[in-house]
Design a protein around this ligand. Structure first.
Ligand SMILES: *Cc1c(COP(=O)(O)O)cnc(C)c1O
Length: 343
């Protein structure tokens, strides 16, 4: 690979849009941002995304899932606080201490792992997420520098208010001056009065986490792939593995160098679309590992042209709706074969 090889698919991150989104989140929430960059920055690429975020004063800290991801950020030169969301084990402690990571403690076993080590840590509360966190037990320890909780259903106002109330009663049992955080991208709409930080992943990329989302976000990502063959087939012609699509008339088809190995979920077969200059091209037949076939209709698409998977006004969220999933899953699926660039 390297300079000599030319990519068949490219994911572009628009730096100015990411910066705009960070400022918009900061303006709306009036809180410092913990940028959540777990899982290779939601598949967008930490190597590209983190340098943009690291330069912004609104981003006070980062959050990752596991120590390995934290170490990678330190090796990239990140000096800001790095929260490790996914617990901590005895075998993690060397990385935690030598790279200055901040574990999140959600289980008595995590506390045991930390032992007497000189580290700061945050404590997580389960106020209705049903995943990680203590129910209400207060951890009295001078090394606690933050407390957090997580909303399970930010689209449900009544339940979210209930979670906020529960967290509030825990927060009041802690000393003042701690970092307190609960709101994710969708959660920011609640403007929780007693939190000091928001933990944001999805919204950084301009993806709206809710319908009627009040923030003015800009799409920050585009994803394009090359057309590697164009041809006309007669009526009654089968398309792709399993012959799940048969042409009803003479059809001009395009073969796009982007398949499920690149992140285009097979569930979009005969269901989703790609875009060419604003025109929707239906995906016909089964999506295969490296290629997807589209009905070109009367679009003047030629071999070597690029079609859009995400971009031209379409977000991962829009494509996710076609696939019956959430934007997070589609984003994390974009494989390492897809070239990534910042523009
Ligand atoms: C992933 C994650 C977030 C970020 O959520 P977004 O919806 O992407 O903003 C926040 N908090 C926790 C605990 C997470 O796991």
């Amino acid at each position: 690979m390297g300079e000599i090889s030319v990519p068949r698919s490219v994911l572009r991150i628009k730096k100015e849009a990411v910066i705009h989104n960070v400022r918009e989140i900061s303006k709306f929430s009036k809180k410092k941002i913990i940028a959540v960059v777990k899982s290779d920055a939601y598949g967008m690429g930490v190597k590209l995304v983190v340098p943009i975020l690291n330069d912004l004063p609104e981003v006070e800290a980062f959050a990752v899932a596991c120590p390995e991801e934290g170490v990678l950020l330190r090796e990239m030169g990140v000096k800001k606080e790095i929260l490790v969301l996914g617990g901590v084990f005895p075998e993690d402690m060397e990385a935690v201490t030598s790279y200055g990571l901040t574990p999140v403690v959600s289980d008595p076993e995590h506390l045991k792992a930390i032992g007497r080590a000189e580290v700061r840590f945050h404590v997580k509360y389960d106020t209705g997420m049903g995943r990680l966190g203590f129910l209400e037990e207060v951890i009295e320890d001078p090394r606690v520098t933050g407390i957090m909780s997580h909303l399970s259903t930010p689209g449900d106002e009544e339940f979210s208010r209930e979670q906020i109330k529960r967290f509030s009663s825990i927060v009041t049992r802690y000393p003042k001056g701690l970092k307190v955080h609960m709101e994710s991208s969708a959660g920011v709409i609640y403007r929780v009065p007693f939190t000091t930080h928001v933990r944001i992943g999805l919204a950084l990329y301009g993806e709206k986490p809710l319908k009627n989302y009040p923030l003015d976000l800009r799409p920050a990502v585009s994803l394009e792939a090359k057309v590697i063959s164009v041809k006309e087939v007669p009526a009654g012609f089968p398309i792709s593995y399993g012959r799940t699509y048969i042409t009803s008339k003479r059809t001009k088809i395009g073969v796009v160098a982007f398949g499920y190995a690149d992140g285009l979920m097979k569930s979009l077969s005969n269901r989703g679309t790609l875009l060419y200059r604003g025109k929707e091209l239906p995906i016909i037949g089964n999506i295969t590992m490296d290629m997807t076939i589209v009905d070109l209709g009367d679009a003047e698409v030629r071999v070597g042209d690029w079609v859009t998977v995400v971009g031209e006004g379409r977000t991962f969220g829009d494509l996710a709706r076609q696939a019956g999933t959430i934007p997070y899953e589609l984003m994390c699926n974009v494989s390492s074969r897809v070239r990534r660039e910042v523009i």
